[in-house]
Design a protein. Sequence first.
Length: 259
Amino acid sequence: MADDDAAKLRKKIREPRKKGRVGKAADGFTSVWRRWTRRVFKWVFFGAMIGVAISVVLVVMLRFVNPYMTYYYVAERMRLGEVSRDWTPLEEFSPVMARSVVAAEDANFCSHFGFDIEGIKAALADDGRVRGGSTISQQVAKNVFLWQGRTWVRKGMEAWFTLLIEVFWPKARIVEVYLNIAEMDEGVFGAAAAGRHYFGVEPNKITSVQAGRLAAILPSPKKRSASRATSYTKKRTRQIISGARTIAADGRADCFESG
């Protein structure tokens, strides 16, 4: 009898304890949570893959198709009612125009892959805040594919599109697009329209001084004028003219001049 009681006791100890209502509810909640977590993760993953695919297709397409309608261009057109832009192939510009904007905005354009790390370090102020540092590729990514702003989301997307541009576009195409989308006065987009607007000259007739003036008003064309140059703009123009000559002489213009 004692042996039977001991056997029953051991069996009872080995048997799992039946869960009450609270335990069952907790297990049910955990199961539902796991299913929803997996489902959300799956949809986020597929959404991200679709976004990647669309962005790649868009960048590849715009290597060959000119991006006439950008977010900022459309916004300014709606605000002002009329804007000026004459899309011009790179080879129809005076060579000094491309050299000038590269010398002014991104002298190491030919040697970096979209992000000028040394330029960013040089742009750091003593207090640790950044003064500039965006490359031409980054500016093209922002102005062609994105909206204006300084949020982390937009900056992250800018970095992604910058990488795609550098992978799929030749350097000459990047410069060509930049020359055609950069705002150079209120409602005046591109160096071709700006040359006519400020100096009454065609793109292939832009002189080194005129190109320097147009590049000198960047990145604040609404605050500066290429035709009514201040002392700062004149000084900046001289620096750009010198820089344009330098990058032509040392090979830093070869990547976009050779195609």
